[in-house]
Write a protein that binds this ligand. Sequence first.
Ligand SMILES: NC(=O)c1ccc[n+]([C@@H]2O[C@H](COP(=O)([O-])OP(=O)(O)OC[C@H]3O[C@@H](n4cnc5c(N)ncnc54)[C@H](OP(=O)(O)O)[C@@H]3O)[C@@H](O)[C@H]2O)c1
Length: 263
Amino acid sequence: MAIVGFIGTGNMGGALARAAAKSGLASELLLANRSPEKAELLAAELGGRPVSNQEAAERSDVLFLGVKPQMLDTLLGQIGDTLKDRNERQLIVSMMAGKDLGTLQSLLGEDKPILRIMPNIPVCVGAGVTLYCGTETVTEADKRFFRDLMAASGLVEELDEHLMEAASGVTGCGPAFAAMFVEALADGAVACGLPRKQAIAYAAQMLAGSARMLLASGEHPGVLKDRVCSPAGSTIQGVRKLEERAFRAAVTDAVIATWEKEF
Ligand SMILES: NC(=O)c1ccc[n+]([C@@H]2O[C@H](COP(=O)([O-])OP(=O)(O)OC[C@H]3O[C@@H](n4cnc5c(N)ncnc54)[C@H](OP(=O)(O)O)[C@@H]3O)[C@@H](O)[C@H]2O)c1
């Protein structure tokens, strides 16, 4: 058990705080946000306590930083000294995209244990992917505690820092691509006469089911594709059209474009 604090309880901070609350591992859940109403509402929902940034920084054994990367300087102006002055061990968990461990260490102190994490938005429904890497001062016990704390958020996995950007092109940006795919599938079905509501529901369920099959079987995606394409059937005609329009190349390029943007 540990005192767990969040500074910045927006979309992502809020979603991870919900996962932390479900774990039962937070002896206290401290929630701080610039506009306090957000933290107050979340605290009421989760049985946590709305606090100031200062109190979260002072008292948390595990402190999540959930502000936007461009807000970090302002935040450290408010709590930087408190973090540096704290005598008891404190694990900092940063979800700020693009803020690497070296930068965080130079701002927070070389000996501070810091986890850099890359969550994605499906953590809201317990089906996210959260990748993490840590400074040398992070222990195996810290990592285990973090994984247990986040267990209700979905897959939580350690990844070398140099692969974080490559992975986040799929995990972080991917939900937008998946939503576009669902929308496009639904448009096709609407064009063929299916009402919009069903078209979206069926497309999304199909995507979730196909993903579950791939995860359960561990098979290459091409095997599932081949299984659905019966000889002279309709699916292979759709596959042919997607290839003609360079569907796979477009998706591959989209992931590479997100990665290039990071550098
Ligand atoms: N959303 C994603 O899919 C995603 C994925 C991976 C990583 N992340 C990372 O998660 C972090 C949060 O993103 P988000 O999408 O959750 O943004 P968000 O909804 O805007 O949340 C940011 C929160 O930080 C609060 N805040 C700003 N400055 C503050 C300060 N000085 N002290 C306390 N609270 C402060 C904001 O309060 P107000 O209510 O006053 O605005 C807001 O509630 C970012 O660093 C982002 O890179 C997000």
